[in-house]
Design a protein. Structure first.
Length: 195
């Protein structure tokens, strides 16, 4: 089983996170931010990664530190769980419709951190969640997972649908990218011999 458990404590957040890449999409999420709980629950469901997150953050300030630090912790857990990357498919992409929203994501589990984020979320907030924190979450994630991730909004007018579509699309792409390719199960998917 490709698993990881991360404990991250700062002056702003106290996070415990467990990840199983070979799970069933089961989750137990308590971040102190209802909208983020919703996004991480569906990330788990659509990736089929089992995910447990418990966070106590300075939400009396806002959700910024909580969202960013959970992205960091999830990235660290992902990198640890995927290990040496032997046999993984490495690349994947998903175009996902969410009502009027249409989101493309593409991932390369490359060992190189890059986020291409091309989204136009029309409102500053969804409930009490700042829309700009979506990019902060994915930045924290890719920088610590050492993956290349592109997220592109192809259509959409409803902020909730756009953000939810992004999380679902990324989840599906991650699931496909870390899947073991049975034809190359003993190979590193790179001519370098290492990722």
């Amino acid at each position: 089983m490709r698993t990881s458990a991360i404990k991250r404590t700062t002056a702003e957040t106290d996070i415990s996170l467990e990840l199983n890449l070979d799970g069933a999409g089961e989750s137990l999420i308590d971040t102190g931010c209802g909208f983020l709980d919703h996004m991480l629950t569906l990330l788990s469901k659509h990736s089929k990664f089992d995910l447990t997150v418990k966070c106590k953050g300075d939400t009396n300030v806002d959700y910024h530190h909580t969202v960013e630090d959970i992205g960091i912790a999830l990235g660290e857990a992902f990198k640890e769980a995927v290990g040496n990357k032997v046999g993984i498919c490495r690349y994947a992409d998903t175009v996902l419709p969410m009502d009027e929203a249409l989101i493309l994501s593409a991932v390369d589990v490359s060992g190189r951190a890059y986020l291409g984020f091309d989204m136009n979320i029309p409102t500053q907030k969804v409930g009490d969640f700042d829309s700009e924190l979506v990019e902060e979450f994915f930045l924290g994630f890719v920088r610590n997972a050492d993956i290349t991730l592109h997220i592109k909004q192809l259509d959409g007018t409803n902020s909730h649908h756009i953000i939810e579509g992004a999380f679902k699309s990324v989840a599906r792409s991650l699931r496909a990218a870390v899947k073991i390719d049975e034809e190359f199960s003993d190979d590193i998917p790179s001519t370098k011999g290492v990722l």
